[in-house]
Design a protein around this ligand. Structure first.
Ligand code: FMN
Length: 262
């Protein structure tokens, strides 16, 4: 009942915005903060990491026509700052390139509770312990594509999940909510939402970097996590890229522990 009410309020606000001659998607009453963090809890990422995302290029809110979607730019920052694998959810039927046509299409998709299909599914989710999940906010929520994806992947349930995304003012808190709805046993860590119109500013990359640091996600921590401490590796050194090295610097295994030699 609460969910139906929330949806109704979201659409009312949208109709008011349209009536005022604006397609402003800040429909849920939140103002345009450029950055917002939040989520379920404190904690650090662990193990091997994957980023799952969806992002739409073409015409969008406040940015005009872009060749690379706003969330895709955020993923580029994460890739640059941490050792992560990436899986992009690509819809079989592309969303309309024109913003107004896209919003109308998405409204229909939500009203009909559709599950849009996506191309080339990922088959090795179990290789990862920490999974970033992100995309845009569409009418106050993650696109329906995420429901399609979540319903196909119950194995996400036991993972550590970090929500993120871009928005036009609504924040990305609804990613954590949807993730918890599908995966009540997942550990959901602090999310980051950045306004799509400021994602290309250098300060947004710094914001992403600071958020990742709080989650202990940086190249050094990732490399250290990925190094195994088997007895057979005693005395072995690794570079911060996780490669074995003969050098004195890097990560060294001693009696089952990891040490950094700087
Ligand atoms: C169909 C549609 C609906 C949107 N609804 C909202 C919304 O409810 N709240 C909001 O803050 N932004 C909304 N936006 C703006 C997007 O969330 C924002 O532009 C985002 O950065 C797009 O990310 P992308 O380029 O990765 O797809 C909407 C955009 C579209 C296309």
């Amino acid at each position: 009942m609460k969910k139906i009410l929330t949806l109704a309020l979201t659409f009312c606000a949208f109709i008011v915005a349209m009536a005022c001659g604006s397609n402003d998607p800040e429909v849920d009453g939140m103002t345009g903060a450029t950055e917002q963090t939040g989520g379920e809890g404190e904690g650090s990422a662990k193990g091997k990491m994957l980023v799952i995302y969806f992002s739409r290029a073409d015409e969008n809110w406040q940015v005009g026509y872009v060749e690379r979607g706003n969330t895709a730019i955020m993923v580029d920052y994460i890739k640059e700052l941490a050792d992560v694998d990436v899986f992009e959810i690509v819809p079989v039927v592309a969303y309309p390139a024109v913003y107004d046509e896209c919003t109308a299409y998405v409204t229909e998709e939500i009203n009909e509770n559709r599950r849009p299909a996506y191309k080339d599914d990922i088959t090795n989710l179990n290789d990862y312990e920490t999974i970033f999940v992100g995309g845009p906010i569409w009418w106050g929520r993650p696109p329906m594509l995420f429901r399609t994806f979540f319903e196909a992947h119950p194995e996400l349930g036991g993972k550590t999940i970090i929500p993120f995304g871009t928005h036009g003012g609504s924040g990305v808190g609804s990613y954590a909510t949807l993730i918890k709805e599908y995966y009540p046993n997942a550990t959901v860590l602090e999310s980051l939402g950045i306004s799509g119109s400021s994602i290309r500013n250098a300060s947004s990359k710094t914001t992403v970097e600071n958020w990742l640091k709080k989650l202990s996600v940086d190249k050094q921590s990732t490399a250290i996590r990925n190094v195994r401490t088997r007895a057979a590796d005693n005395g072995v050194s690794y570079t911060l890229n996780g490669l074995r090295s003969n050098g004195q610097r890097g990560i060294q295994i001693k009696n089952g522990n990891k040490y950094i030699n700087r």
